[in-house]
Design a protein around this ligand. Structure first.
Ligand code: HEM
Length: 434
């Protein structure tokens, strides 16, 4: 969320601010954008594992940064539930509140993501089935082809801006193939996602732009059956309404797109700027898969996730959370917890996959989706390393800027230079859709 713009556009609404949040730090302001890990460290120093924070328009929430507290919150949906309809501010916030698109507002309110209990269980089983019907080998081959095609577009230039030319585009091609989104919609989807995440432009307009596309996709999926996720969901026997299907299509694409785009960008940044990651990724010290998982521990794109709502008043690490309060998952901050990262024993965490980037518990990222995310990200990084092995940053590392949004940590731009390869990057030919 771009703080100055959203504050300027704040209408006259009175949002109750509890005493606990009077001097709370704000997520999304300039300091957060410059260095969110430092802000999380400061919050932990001041408040411990659970901190009061403010979102756009000074909306109060609790940020859970303790590793074991985060496991507790995500493992107990009876106490920390998923539906934003439980929020004690639900009736106070007008539809223009810029973070609604990220929390359940607009056409996405019917998505599986915000359901609870038996309804969530039924829909997530069907979602897992829909993903498992995608042929993993075909998907991997498609991703390889897509990455080659993208690299080919800029390979002879000797320079590129990798966020817009690669990190944002590879996942939309991959998700588009998997979910069933014709390529004519891809550019509009990427623009809409960035808008609604708060990374540029008006979030509400971004939501409307993406909503219109998802409506069309849902309509098509209801009418025809095909080997893609939207069609599997439409014909699953669950009896999803048009609104539910459209919302599930939206969540599937955005949950995969924004996260994979951030993961690819953050991996390339660390590879170019941090010796440990350079060794891991380019000197064969580890497989690219292991090296990319290390990035999830050191610089996860999912820095904060919204969220959970306390079902009743409870204690969390000594902090009183009122029933109906919003609880944000501080996924990146939990990786700074000494429990996760014991001081002075850095080697010990290397083989651990206990990072919380995909969250945890019944609402965590579906396991099949995690595997597909690795195919997109790891395959994308491998292609870059193979075809452009001498990538260099084109600007000093301290000139790189983070997107002005709260939830995802992703670079605005990543300019690089390299030696143009002498042979074609795509030995299989030009066509993506063989
Ligand atoms: C192919 C790519 C991906 C797809 C299709 C996908 C899909 C999904 C879906 C459908 C959900 C909602 C689950 C539910 O409501 O039960 C979800 C949740 C989530 N995903 Fe993914 N995802 C992908 C990649 C990623 C990546 C790369 C990350 C992080 C590195 C990630 C992190 C998360 C998180 C944090 C949640 C929220 C869980 C919670 O509320 O506890 N996802 N994802």
């Amino acid at each position: 969320m771009s703080a100055p713009d959203t504050e300027a556009e704040r209408p006259e609404v009175s949002i109750p601010l509890p005493e606990t949040h009077r001097d709370a730090m704000r997520l999304g302001d300039e300091g957060y954008r410059r260095d969110s890990p430092a802000l999380f460290a400061e919050l932990r120093r001041r408040h411990g594992p659970v901190a009061p924070v403010l979102l756009a328009w000074d909306v109060p929430a609790w940020l859970v940064m303790g590793y074991s507290e985060l496991l507790q919150v995500t493992s107990d949906p009876d106490l920390f539930a998923r539906s934003f309809r439980r929020w004690n501010l639900f009736d106070d916030l007008p539809p223009e509140w810029p973070m609604w698109p990220l929390i359940g507002g607009g056409f996405a309110s019917e998505a599986m993501l915000y359901t609870e209990g038996e309804e969530h269980r039924r829909r997530s089983v069907v979602f897992a089935e829909a993903l498992s019907r995608i042929d993993q080998w075909e998907f991997e081959e498609f991703c390889q082809r897509a990455s080659h095609r993208l690299i080919e577009e800029f390979a002879q230039d000797g320079e590129a801006e990798l966020i817009s030319a690669y990190a944002q585009r590879l996942p939309v091609l991959a998700l588009g193939w998997m979910v069933g989104v014709p390529e004519e919609y891809h550019d509009d989807l990427v623009t809409g996602f960035l808008q609604l995440m708060g990374a540029g432009g008006d979030p509400i307009e971004g939501m409307a732009r993406v909503g219109a596309i998802c409506d069309r996709l849902a309509e098509r999926a209801m009418k025809e059956s095909g080997p893609y996720v939207a069609s599997h969901l439409a014909h699953s026997g669950l009896g999803l309404t048009h609104e539910q299907l459209s919302a599930d299509i939206f969540i599937t694409i955005i949950a995969g797109h924004q996260t994979c785009a951030g993961w690819i960008g953050n991996t390339i940044r660390l590879m170019l700027t941090d010796q440990t990651h350079t060794n891991a990724l380019t000197r064969g010290r580890r497989s690219v898969t292991e090296a990319a998982r290390e990035v999830l521990k050191d610089d996860t794109p999912t820095q904060v996730f919204a969220g959970r709502w306390a079902v009743r008043t409870t204690q969390l690490a000594g902090t009183t959370v009122q029933g109906g309060d919003m609880v944000l998952l501080g996924l990146a901050a939990s990786h700074q917890d000494p429990l996760f990262r014991p001081p002075g024993r850095p080697g010990e965490r290397h083989h651990s996959r206990a990072y919380l980037s995909f969250s945890h518990g019944p609402h965590g990222c579906p396991h099949m989706a995690r595997a597909m995310a690795e195919i997109i990200t790891v395959g994308g990084i491998e292609s870059l390393l193979t075809h452009l092995p001498d990538l260099h940053l084109a600007v000093p590392a301290d000139r790189l800027r983070w997107q002005p949004q709260v939830l995802i940590r992703a670079l605005e731009t990543l300019p690089v230079t390299f030696t143009p390869p002498t042979i074609s990057t795509d030995p299989l030919g030009d066509s993506l859709w063989l």
